[in-house]
Ligand binder design. Structure first.
Ligand SMILES: Nc1ncnc2c1ncn2[C@@H]1O[C@H](COP(=O)(O)OP(=O)(O)OP(=O)(O)O)[C@@H](O)[C@H]1O
Ligand SMILES: [Mg+2]
Length: 556
């Protein structure tokens, strides 16, 4: 993934708000009015004091006492409205961003995701996107609110004496701009490190749960336990550091506010003593400054989070930007299946390196209504060839064609309709068995599902389950045996009912009885279908009309 500068990431993140600009302006308006209402409560108090002391103010004592509760109520209403608007913006944007991330992941599937750390991807979809909520609800508008509110306060304070306005401006800049910059520098990549560490710990835990059988078998438990303890300790140490840093930052902000108040007190006193301002010019600017640090303190807190927010944003944008290995093809004429051809194909997963090519100048004719078997040592490239026929990856050299048309010229949807691909590992979803099989054809009738299951020799087993086809399958199909899973995968492939069936080790986990049923179904379906069959088993290969041996990426 490309590295982007922080500023570009920030600008791109801000750009996403564009469709919600109206709401953003509303949030800033509500926020500013809310703060002003809060700040004017003590300021009016100041005026009341001056009034009580017999001084001249533009508001009578009665008016002040009527205004105070009104301001308090307005403060609450504006604050609530600001929070609601900001969260509406944030969660609407998160939905948009999630949608874009999922679309990007769909495009990148499966090639670009094969080698990726799945734990990291999960953190990206969950915590990274979640963290952007902080940016959209608690960063953009608070910055705008702080700028507008504090500028208005500077003008208000400056009305008493321009010098006081300047003092206020400097105080706001110190707390709201310079301090967050220092804090951000001090916290460095700590927030991001923390995220990486907790992501690693969850991935480690997930691995432990999945690999519990192997761990117990080889008495590997203590090693894994020590690793967990080590990772947990590191994490809590880092969390402690961050909490301490946050504490110091708060103390720093409060000290800076206190110093500003003292400076203001000094300047006000000086101006009052020398007759530049009256008593109101001494008291009101001081109260105004003291009560108006709310918007800028909100910014001081951003210093610790901004780095990790930008890092999360960068990761999310990088996934959205990543180019897939193969783009989906649309807009071409529909093709009917009439045999496939692999011509002089070379392919390596690392594209530039010809040394590590998995397939070397492979050619193969798959004529219609035939069963072609491919045998070969583990790792010689059989599954790779099937993936290329599915156009999951792009060939480096040569061409793969269907019905005489290059597969790069066939609509992706059309290609998937023509091909039924059963991988070496059948993935089951946490759903009923019927729905797991229906993945092959979403609108299949119950009869069609049963028919496919009979062909795959799994119907009888399903009928023994307490809820039959409606039985829930555990996550990853862990409640089913390897052979049962495989036959469900086969049922899916049969249900998909495509003219070209690609089967990768369809019988590796089956006993000979089930294998015989499956092979019989395959042989029968081959009257009108074409089958490319990869298998290590001689018994399975017997149904092939033609068997080709593959050796280190070549057909021998
Ligand atoms: N996504 C990938 N990235 C890099 N290398 C890969 C990837 N997938 C497979 N390979 C490598 O490509 C080679 C061929 O793998 P392939 O899965 O095609 O073998 P196979 O013939 O199907 O083996 P088996 O009989 O064990 O299933 C192997 O060396 C494998 O390690
Ligand atoms: Mg394989």
């Amino acid at each position: 993934m490309k590295k982007q500068s922080k500023v570009i990431v920030l600008l791109r993140m801000i750009k996403l708000v564009k469709p919600l600009t109206g709401f953003m302006i509303m949030a800033v308006f509500f926020g500013t009015m809310g703060f002003l209402a809060a700040e004017f409560i003590p300021i009016l108090g100041g005026f009341a004091v001056i009034n009580a002391l017999g001084g001249n103010t533009w508001l009578s004592l009665k008016a002040i006492f009527i205004a105070l509760p009104i301001l308090a109520i307005l403060r609450a209403i504006f604050r609530l409205s600001e929070q609601r608007t900001n969260h509406y913006i944030a969660f609407t944007l998160l939905a948009i961003i999630r949608d874009r991330v999922f679309k990007a992941l769909r495009k990148l599937c499966p090639a670009k995701l094969e080698g990726k750390d799945k734990g990291d991807l999960i953190s990206l979809i969950t915590s990274d996107v979640e963290l952007l909520e902080v940016f959209y609800a608690h960063t953009i508008s608070p910055i705008c609110i702080a700028i507008v509110t504090e500028l208005l306060m500077c003008v208000f304070i400056g009305c008493f004496h321009p010098l006081l306005g300047v003092v206020a401006l400097i105080a706001y800049l110190c707390v709201g701009v310079f301090l967050p910059m220092i804090i951000s520098k001090r916290s460095g990549t700590m927030g991001d490190d923390l995220r990486a560490m907790s992501g690693e710990l969850s991935a480690h835990m997930l691995e432990n749960i999945r690999g519990i059988d192997d761990t117990m078998q080889y008495s590997y438990g203590n090693v894994r336990l020590n690793e967990i303890t080590e990772k947990t300790n590191e994490l809590s140490k880092k969390q402690g550091l961050l909490s301490r840093l946050t504490g110091t930052n708060m103390a720093l902000a409060n000290t800076m506010i206190l110093i500003s108040d003292i400076v203001m007190l000094g300047v006000c006193a000086l101006l009052y003593k020398n007759g530049y301002v009256g008593f109101d010019g001494f008291l009101i600017p001081l109260i105004a400054l003291m009560s108006s640090f709310g918007p800028v303190t909100a910014l001081a807190a951003l210093g610790t989070t901004l780095q990790s927010t930008v890092a999360s944003g960068a990761r999310v944008l990088a996934v959205i930007d990543e180019t897939p290995v193969t783009e989906d093809i649309t807009g071409k004429e529909k093709t009917e299946f009439d045999g496939a051809k692999v011509k002089n194909v070379s392919f390596g997963y690392e594209r530039k390196d010809t040394e590590s090519e998995v397939l070397k100048n492979v050619s193969l004719d798959v004529n219609k209504n035939r069963i072609i078997g491919i045998v070969g040592k583990s790792g010689c490239g059989k599954s790779t060839l099937l993936k290329l026929l599915m156009r999951f990856w792009k060939v480096n050299e040569g061409e793969i064609s269907i019905s005489g048309k290059s597969i790069d010229e066939i609509n992706t949807e059309n290609l998937r309709e023509m091909e039924s691909y059963m991988t070496q590992e059948t993935q089951l979803f946490k759903d009923t068995i019927a729905n797991n099989i229906r993945i092959g054809k979403l609108d299949a009738t119950d009869e069609e599902v049963v028919e496919a299951c009979k062909k795959a020799s799994i119907h009888d087993f399903i009928m023994t389950l307490p809820d039959g086809y409606e039985t829930e399958v555990g996550e990853l199909g862990s409640t089913l045996s390897g052979g049962e899973r495989q036959r469900i995968g086969l049922a899916r492939a049969f249900l998909h009912d495509a003219p070209f069936i690609l089967l990768d080790e369809p019988t590796s986990n089956l006993d000979s009885l089930n294998e015989a049923v499956v092979l019989k179904s395959l042989k029968e379906s081959a009257k009108e279908k074409t089958v490319l069959l990869v298998s290590h088993r001689q018994s399975t290969m017997r149904i092939a009309d033609e068997t080709i041996a593959m050796e280190s990426g070549r057909f021998s």
